[in-house]
Design a protein around this ligand. Sequence first.
Ligand SMILES: [Zn+2]
Length: 114
Amino acid sequence: MGSPLSAEQLADLRGELDRQLGKLERSMRVTDEALRPVELDQTAVGRLSRIDSLQNQGLTRNLRVREQVKLAQLIEARERVEVGSYGVCTGCGSQIPFERLFVFPEAPECGSCG
Ligand SMILES: [Zn+2]
């Protein structure tokens, strides 16, 4: 059980959440581009490079799933800041240590629950 966040720590973490949200939104636009349908023109794209391209799309889809999970966590954390429950573990209700939030500002749980 850590000590509650100071106003200054909370302001820092809130700024970090906003920064990460902005960064994630930019990288998700790049992922959108990469997820555009593969061109099926057999004359322009050989069989091997097509398979390659489809495999890359598989990787990109995995990345997209991770981005969406992170986006949801960041938005939820941002909402917890607004309602004043930020930094409280959603698992056990204890205070999440600042050191953990500093590394994972979107963390909904303390080290024991997460
Ligand atoms: Zn906990």
